[in-house]
Design a protein around this ligand. Sequence first.
Ligand code: GLA
Length: 719
Amino acid sequence: MLAALTAASLSAQPIQYVEGRKLFLLTTRDSSYAMGVDSNGELQHLYWGAPLWRADDVPAAAPRREMSSFDPPAMLEREEFPAWGGTRYYEPALKLTRADGNRDVVLRYASHALHDNALDVTLKDIRDDIEVVLHYRVFADHGIIERSATIVNKTAKPLNIESAQSATFNLPAGEGYQLTYLTGRWAAETQVNHEAIHQGMKVLESRKGHTSHNINPWFAVDAGASEDHGSVWFGALGWSGNWRITVEQTPYQQVRVTGGLNTFDFAYPLKPGESLDTPAFYAGYSADGFGAASRLLHRFEREQIAPGGLTSRVRPVLYNSWEATTFNVNEAGQKQLADTAAKLGVELFVMDDGWFGKRNNDRAGLGDWTVNPQKFPQGLKGLIDHVNSLGMDFGLWVEPEMVNPDSDLYRAHPDWVIHFPDRPRSELRNQMVLNLARPDVKEYIFGFLDKLATENNVKYFKWDMNRPLSEPGWEDQPVADQRKLWVDYVRNLYDILDRLRARHPKLEIESCSGGGGRIDLGILHRVEEVWASDNTEAFDRLRIQEGFTQAYAPKFMSAWVTDVPNMNRRSTPLQYRFLVAMQGALGIGSNLNKFSTDDTAVATKMVATYKRIRDTVQLGDLYRLMSPRAGDVTANQYVAADGKQSVLFVFRHSQEYNTAPPTIHLQGLDPKALYKLESADNKLVERQPQFSGAYLMQAGVNVTLRGDFDSTAVILEKQ
Ligand code: GLA
């Protein structure tokens, strides 16, 4: 770490350019990235790894010689943004067809423009005015490099783009790499997978129109790293639609990661003069394992991706009645819940599904965003005023992209849903997807959300999306343009969010898609938090949260305490459920009307404790000390950004043979400082009032966790 900082501080500029060799060296606190133009004019990747400070050290890019007629030079090289053309047989970053059917594209360096921390390199086809501008942005203090590309049709004829990737990343030449990625399904998101990379290609993707629960657009490649040690190269795509990341090992000891817009069912025509921007692909390198890689990303997301960045507030404690009431919301019931929530210390009261149209179940009402007069005879004002009078902000659930066939909206605009003419319109959860790519649909959605936020003191939307796209037709477009739907849908979604935020600067938004179906760096640029999973069962959550935090900061991870028995018919103690949820943005989703006096006492205490530690949890560094995948004890530690506080959370699944939990070695502390330890519930074995950081990290602490689903927390205050 010290070495890394020294190296980075020696490099004056985040981007160095060596004119003679047309070589670029991009350097962050934690990494360097180099590429250069070879004598054929091709932009070749040269280096990605720990920080360098001297661009002159990096050898110039040199074209390779043919190995055999089956192993052409292009395959042995590491092009920075390969188009499909010439003798390239690996995954291209660009593929297109010209109007006359010609599909060969070979890109050569044309020019570049260098700014402080940004670089644009323009590549151009060897014959035609087809340009690709590669955008690089260096977040030197955050250890992250952002890449994307703009494809520009400067020819006089239309082009059809068939693959438009954001970037190709080359790993250092070699084999024996491993890939880590996150998979799942509804209520079982972000499960960690770790596997060897062999020759061939692994495809991570979504074809569902949203980011999807199935695979998340994040990857990490390592060469034998662990949570605390070793080199990890990682990246995350900022795109909430059909995305694709391929991880490919060629026969030539090369591993390449290419990502951007999914090529599946993709066609994006560009008329003369038009261009296509690809999503941002953020990447970084850590020399200190997966934990350090996550911490780099977390800080980057909090400070550079999230709306407001450093100036955004910590997430408030939220109450949401969905699991308690489902669709049975009404003014009296919500007011009663609000009264109790306020007493527990809740700061944001969110009314979920069921408040609008004829929404008494999931078969009707989606699309009709007017308050249900039976449930709320006075409109929302009575409830909102009441919630505000209790000192809480008010939030509202919406699912803007969707429509039930049984709705006034669908009866008025059956053509607004995504469909192919004269084909079935598949329903999932009895709903269909509005074609957000259409300008009229986009304006309708913006209009009703803007109205809701203007006419009511709504401070928060929980924006849900409860099904993927299907039968993606767009009949009122020319045939050649119909598949633009995949891209334009997402752009319009982003546009609505951006405009809403601009018009209502105090409005906060949560992204939910049946749980964690829309979590990525594109949406996180526009929302304050995301709903990690509809699965609120606390033990399952430990693994969902472990996977979530590989890629995303705990601050964004909305986590609720709910009632038991929950999923898997499992019951865990209330404290266990609280401590699990307190590792992210704490929310409560229990039926508070059923809380016993004891429950209320536990909840009140836990909410107060959370408020004491939430800056540390939300803005600090996370150390995943013991993985729920590895044994029956899970331990996570958070260290405040200023190092003054740290919190340890420990969970036990099932004790066997009366065994004591393993000693827990803390991390991220100042070895020379003294820390006062405070146990939440007297389960800390060590009794001295204070310990040195050195002892806590080297000798460790012990906790007494017995039986099933026992839990504890220890707060450390630096003296
Ligand atoms: C989805 C969400 C839930 C809840 C319901 C409401 O399933 O993930 O949290 O909002 O919709 O219908």
